[in-house]
Ligand binder design. Structure first.
Ligand code: NDP
Ligand code: ZN
Length: 176
């Protein structure tokens, strides 16, 4: 049995189940699971990341923030390291949107390497979605505002993975 493969497949199946009723914000309302799968693919293919715990955390990265999943549930099933990375990339939903966005900028540089990699992949995936299949009601100014905020978050992540940082820059340049 390849335990890395089992971890990654179990995380994909768990995330697919937790997000099963959710859709992305694009006009086609793409199934939500496509987004965590994009992060995992970006990390493995473009970032050369081969740590299964980071790939599993990428697959699970929005489960606590956007579904009923608890941190304890993740720790029991996937271990403390995967659960810890997910916790690091989970916004505190008791705060306002503006506070959450500001905290992402302020805290980016202080995160673990695993969390930085997942955050980089998240921002790359979202910028590519904004270019190819944006939220239905976003005009160019709203897209540009998102890119400028994402760029401030990524400033704190730089040094973690140059290939992913270059992919982020290319995705940003395609929008603004
Ligand atoms: P967000 O900026 O939070 O929406 C972007 C998020 O939606 C992404 O980070 C991503 O998060 C998720 N998402 C889902 N589908 C897509 C997709 N197809 N493409 C890209 N991202 C997608 O928007 P909110 O509406 O929640 O508003 C938050 C902030 O935006 C407010 O604080 C306000 O400051 C600002 N705002 C600006 C406006 C303007 O016109 N300039 C108008 C309204 C709000 P994930 O990866 O976590 O799923
Ligand atoms: Zn995400």
């Amino acid at each position: 049995m390849n335990s890395d493969l089992v971890l990654v497949l179990d995380a994909a199946a768990f995330a697919a189940d937790k997000h099963r009723r959710q859709r992305r914000k694009d006009a086609e309302a793409t199934p939500y699971i496509n987004h965590p799968l994009s992060l995992a693919t970006i990390l493995a293919r473009e970032g050369g990341v081969d740590d299964a715990r980071v790939i599993a955390a990428a697959l699970l990265h929005d489960t606590v923030e956007d579904t009923e999943t608890t941190p304890d549930e993740l720790e029991a099933r996937f271990g403390a390291e995967v659960a810890g990375i997910v916790a690091e990339v989970t916004d505190d939903k008791s705060l306002s949107k503006a506070e959450r966005k500001q905290l992402q900028v302020a805290r980016a540089a202080h995160k673990s390497t695993g969390a930085k990699l997942v955050k980089l992949a998240d921002k790359i995936a979202n910028l590519r979605d904004i270019a190819a299949s944006p939220p239905a009601d976003w005009d160019q100014a709203r897209k540009a505002e998102y890119v400028h905020w994402a760029d401030k978050v990524v400033a704190g992540l730089r040094g973690a993975n140059p290939a992913l940082e270059a992919a982020f820059d290319a995705a940003a340049a395609a929008i603004v």
